[in-house]
Design a protein around this ligand. Sequence first.
Ligand SMILES: NC(=O)c1ccc[n+]([C@@H]2O[C@H](COP(=O)([O-])OP(=O)(O)OC[C@H]3O[C@@H](n4cnc5c(N)ncnc54)[C@H](O)[C@@H]3O)[C@@H](O)[C@H]2O)c1
Length: 257
Amino acid sequence: MGNLLKDKNILIMGVANKWSIAWGIAQKFHKEGANLAFTYYGDKSKESLLKLLEEEGIDNHLLISCDVTKDEDIENAFLNLKEKFGVLHGVVHSIAHAKKEELQGNYYNTSREGYHMAQDISAYSLVAVARNAKPLMTEGGSIVTLTYLGSERAVKNYNVMGVAKAALEASVRYLAVDLGPENITVNSISAGPIKTLAAKGVKGFNQMLKEFENVSPMKRTVKTEEIANTALFLCSDLGTGITGENIHVDCGYHILG
Ligand SMILES: NC(=O)c1ccc[n+]([C@@H]2O[C@H](COP(=O)([O-])OP(=O)(O)OC[C@H]3O[C@@H](n4cnc5c(N)ncnc54)[C@H](O)[C@@H]3O)[C@@H](O)[C@H]2O)c1
């Protein structure tokens, strides 16, 4: 147990199961003394989350259902947070979704509907979340989101999600400018591939993982705990002064030519 997040009230969005990056972050934050709240999407995620919280011994938490495509769900989540905590110090946004059939083949086959869905869930949601978090972050705060290299490079099969991640990373910069005067930082972590539910939606993901392991400078894949450590740094008092940044936690893969 550490105390890097002692007395900090933090919302974690995006735990679906024990493999979720958001769950790795929640475990780490709990160990560092944070008061945690969670939003979940769907009954299956709620069940998994309740079980995980019990196993981990995380109690006195707040659990809120939130479909990020619905403004009223997001608004309701932050009303609940205001009631429970009054002040919020951090938000971890670990949410993305695209149609499985559009995470393969040619990008030009992306449908209008699929494009909108990927943008809405994976990029716009951060904007709505930041807008609702701002009034609660009266002591300053940190907003962290998760992204992937497919925003900067054309990664096979990542397609519409790569374009959504590019919008997400641009949003991070604009939000950082908007919220900087309130002492609220906004950053993204560009994680290397990790086997999770969302990742398995990308065609050929296992092969991508193998290739990553073979060629990354560190000759291995990244661990969820390493992503969590970076989120911890950004949400703790160690990370103040960094905003609008995209930190690659990918064993150096992104530097390769
Ligand atoms: N796993 C990887 O290789 C990897 C790499 C880089 C970045 N990321 C990013 O990390 C984040 C978390 O993904 P993960 O890999 O932990 O997978 P995950 O499937 O565990 O998490 C994705 C989450 O998004 C939630 N979600 C989907 N639609 C939603 C909606 N309409 N409203 C609210 N929530 C919704 C799901 O319920 C789930 O909890 C995503 O942004 C993902 O793009 C993942």
